[in-house]
Design a protein around this ligand. Structure first.
Ligand SMILES: Cc1cc2nc3c(=O)[nH]c(=O)nc-3n(C[C@H](O)[C@H](O)[C@H](O)COP(=O)(O)OP(=O)(O)OC[C@H]3O[C@@H](n4cnc5c(N)ncnc54)[C@H](O)[C@@H]3O)c2cc1C
Length: 386
């Protein structure tokens, strides 16, 4: 007998869902395209929020384990202008601790039986047999079927999505160019004294430089630039050639007229890679429920990064697992319909927040618009509720 549920994707959403199903005694299998648990080199640090990501981890019985690795000291957030002047700061200790993406994945993987994850299974498509049952087709030529529910947790470029909706993500107009400064760098001591813990976001001329300290003390640098979708493919820049990438981003077209202190972040950066940023338009995150199949996380509602993506994805996992527990495996379609209603609301809000944040971040006049947005939000939060 095949397991009741197939989850496609062992990202934070798919694995949180797997763990929650494990806790509720529901049989499942996870198919993941990575070759093994150590083959995904995607790093970065994620802040996990109380009412979404943390709540899912609590329900999964993993919050104590999470806290062992969570970095409350890295929650400080500073905004600067392109001259490097600090104009806004929220101190350490916010209830949004950081954790490295790789560590979060490991905590989740360690909490489910190893044989539940089938590595090296790249989903190619989902087809249906004459009885309407879904069949998973993998690029290695194998297939799998007989599940009562297929769940696409396979991220922005989901292969499950086409069985549910024709909607596709669209390009936002912006890229993040990611790089890093490691402890071995001659610039590292300066970095520690000038930037320190947490996140520094420098804004100006509709561009941004973000630095984010990681669990091992290294720094990720993100250059936010407005460029064509095929920026890297077109050959304008060869990111594998560190010196030419540095030259391009230090030119007057990009960050040439920014403060020397901020340009040092590019001068000492290595390992450049690009993240073209995509999002689903809000109106596409709504569909008539399709029996036996659904989407969670970025597969359902990828948004321009706004610090909520992983939290929203983990909230989806919690919502779906709870509905499945409520209705049982004989009423999965009802569980999915109720989950989707809840997810549509959350997903649309998340996408709209991402778009609003992108507009504020890329404001031509620099950080003032974003700072006043945060100040107003903080004032509103401090008002006693009536
Ligand atoms: C540059 C950047 C920075 C970000 N920073 C933050 C941040 O600071 N905070 C935050 O909350 N969010 C951030 N996000 C968003 C966040 O990464 C996502 O919202 C989150 O990872 C979504 O989780 P997910 O599990 O739904 O999808 P993913 O993390 O994309 O996981 C999908 C999984 O499915 C697998 N997969 C994909 N295709 C297939 C296939 N065909 N077959 C089998 N497996 C497949 C993938 O290998 C992966 O393991 C950022 C995004 C970007 C691009």
């Amino acid at each position: 007998m095949p397991p009741t549920i197939a989850i496609i994707g062992a990202g934070p959403c798919g694995l949180t869902l797997a763990r929650l199903l494990e806790c509720r005694g529901v049989d499942y299998v996870v198919y993941e395209r990575d070759e093994s648990d150590i083959s995904n080199r995607r790093g970065g640090s994620l802040d996990i929020h109380a009412e979404t990501g943390q709540l899912a981890l609590k329900e999964a019985g993993l919050f104590d384990e999470f806290k062992k690795h969570a970095r409350y000291e890295d929650t400080s957030f500073t905004i600067a202008n392109q001259q490097g002047e600090r104009v806004f700061h929220i101190g350490q200790g916010r209830d949004a601790p950081e954790i490295d993406r790789i560590l979060l994945r490991q905590i989740l993987l360690d909490s489910i039986p190893k044989e539940k994850v089938r590595w090296n299974h790249v989903l190619k498509s989902v087809t249906r047999d004459q009885d309407g049952h879904h069949i998973l087709q993998f690029t290695n030529g194998s297939s799998a079927s007989g599940f009562k529910l297929v769940i696409g947790a396979d991220g922005a470029w989901s292969k499950v999505r086409a069985s549910i909706t024709p909607a596709k993500p669209q390009y936002s107009g912006n890229h993040y160019i990611e790089s890093r400064i490691n402890p071995e760098s001659p610039y590292y001591p300066t970095m520690v004294s000038k930037v320190g813990a947490g996140t520094l976001m420098c804004l100006g001329s509709s561009k941004e430089i973000v630095t984010q300290r990681q669990g091992n003390g290294s720094y990720r640098i993100y250059l936010g630039v407005t460029v064509p979708e095929d920026f890297v493919r077109s050959g304008v820049v060869n990111l594998a050639d560190t010196e030419s990438a540095q030259r391009l981003f230090l030119s007057s077209e990009y960050f040439g007229n920014w403060a020397e202190e901020l340009k040092d972040l590019i001068r000492y950066s290595e390992d450049f890679r690009s993240w073209p940023l995509y999002y689903m338009t809000p109106e596409t995150v709504s569909w008539d429920s399709v029996p036996g199949i659904t989407l969670v996380g970025d597969a359902a509602h990828v948004a321009v990064p706004n610090g909520e993506g992983v939290n929203c994805a983990m909230a989806d996992a919690l919502s779906l697992a709870s509905k499945i527990a409520t209705y049982g495996i004989d009423a999965l379609n009802r569980a999915v319909m109720e989950y989707e209603e809840d997810m549509f609301r959350r997903g649309v809000e998340h996408i709209k927040d991402g778009l609003q944040m992108a507009t504020l971040i890329r404001h031509k006049d620099g950080p003032d618009a974003l700072v006043s947005f945060f100040k107003t939000a903080m004032e509103n939060a401090a008002q006693p509720s009536t």
